[in-house]
Design a protein around this ligand. Sequence first.
Ligand code: DGL
Length: 268
Amino acid sequence: MALVGVFDSGVGGLSILDEALRQLPQDDYIYLADSANAPYGEKSSDWIASRSLSLCKFLASKGCDAIVVACNTATAEAIKQIRATLSIPIIGVEPGIKPAAMQSQNHIVGVLATEATLKSDKFNALLATLPRDCQFIEQSGAGLVLLIESGKADSEESLELLAKHLEPIQDAGADTLVLGCTHYPFLRKAIRKLLGESITLIDTSDAVVKQLKRQLDTLELKSNTVTYGTVTFVSSKDESSLLSLANNLMSVDLTLHPTHARILSDVS
Ligand code: DGL
């Protein structure tokens, strides 16, 4: 079985870990949250690239067979460098604008992502490959990550901020919304409250985990007899609050997995 590293600026990547534990429960995971530095989305490209690389090197040094960069912002700014440096499979996430363009009936798609993702060359290169008859309404979700990091995903405050951010998307009449940051699936309830049930929400976690599985299959690792592998939560800020946020935000039953919580201490 594999040891998989999952990394995000904070708790957003838990939306990917959740799906990974559903599809690949026997593998062992290290979930690394750089919560002391979240949000990444408002930081410079160089900072994001070098910090993401250091954290992925840390995960590789712990023996990970593969790493999921479970952060759209870090993927946009750093994945090329991470892949060039490490020799294990590195799986990234990017806003699902392609499936959104294919699924939208009225060809109006909202994209909610961080400022850094929307400005990145990687995102804009992907956008340039898509049909011109689809209109994309890009909106930065400034402030939302911090609210989710502080356990306020379901609060009135989040609902109000989200309403402001979603207004241009709603006004444009989008029938599809891309959740372009791994934190945003945790706002699904609030988004539905504001935009209703008919809008299609695009979240790529299922596709990301399928890609992880394909990559792990190529490694031909030894199989394991346990039903549920271990999950180690590592935080650069506070490991016990990471664990309690994980319990609140994730839908898988974490009590099935032997879990550990550690503080990030040895990364440069
Ligand atoms: N979860 C992240 C993403 O997918 C990063 C958000 C942030 O730290 O700004 O982009």
